[in-house]
Write a protein that binds this ligand. Sequence first.
Ligand code: GRF
Length: 217
Amino acid sequence: MSRRVRVGVLISGRGSNLQALMDACSASDYPAEIACVVSNVAGVLGLERAVRAGVPAHVVKHGTYASRESFDQAVDTLMVVADVELICLAGFMRVLSNAFVEKWRGRLVNIHPSLLPAFKGLNVHRHVLESGVRISGCTVHFVVPELDSGPIIAQAAVPVLPGDTEEALASRTLAAEHRLYPLALRLLAEGRVALEGERSVYRQVSSTSGELLSPGG
Ligand code: GRF
C-alpha cells in the first residue's frame, strides 16, 4: 500500500481514544501510523498504552514552561522531529495557543463527547442529562482557536436512556468515540476530507458512504 500519513497524538490521561487509533493503525490497509505521542501529564495510562504499542512517547509537563506559547513550542518541536503531518487531540486537557493552532490549521483535529455545536466545554455528560435531550453523541472536528468550535468532520449519535447516570452515558459515548475517531482519521489521511476556508470539504465520499461520517451503533 502507499505511504502512511504520520500522526502525532496529544493526550493527558487514560488514552482510550489513542488506543482505538493505534488499533486501527495496526491494520495493514490503514492509511495512517501513529508516529509520536505526547502527554502533558506524567504517569498516565495513555503513555503506558503507547509504550506497549511501541510508539515513541514523551512527557512535556506544562508546569515547567513559563508560558503557554513555550509549552506549545516544545510540543511542536517534537511533532516536527517525528515528521508528523497530522495531529489528533485525544483527551488533551490543555488549551493550545493561537500560534500553534494556526500553524497546524487543517492538520489538527479533536474528538469531543457531544454532538457539537451542542454542549461545548467540560462536564458534557452532566449538562446533557440536565438538559433532557434524548440523543447525544460525539464529534471529530478541525481545531480552530475558539474551543470546540471548528468545522465538523464526522459525528456519531448515542441514545440517552431513561435512568442514565453520567458514567453510563460517558461509557456509551466513549464506545462510539472509539468507532468514530479511526473513521475520521482514515478520511483525513486519504485526503477525502479537508479544511477549506471555514468548512470541511469532502471528496469521493458519496451519499452512500454516509456511514463513514456518522457511523451507526
Ligand atoms: C473522551 O471522552 C474525549 O472525547 C474527551 O476526553 C475523553 C478522553 O478519553 N475529549 P480517553 O483519554 O481517550 O480515554
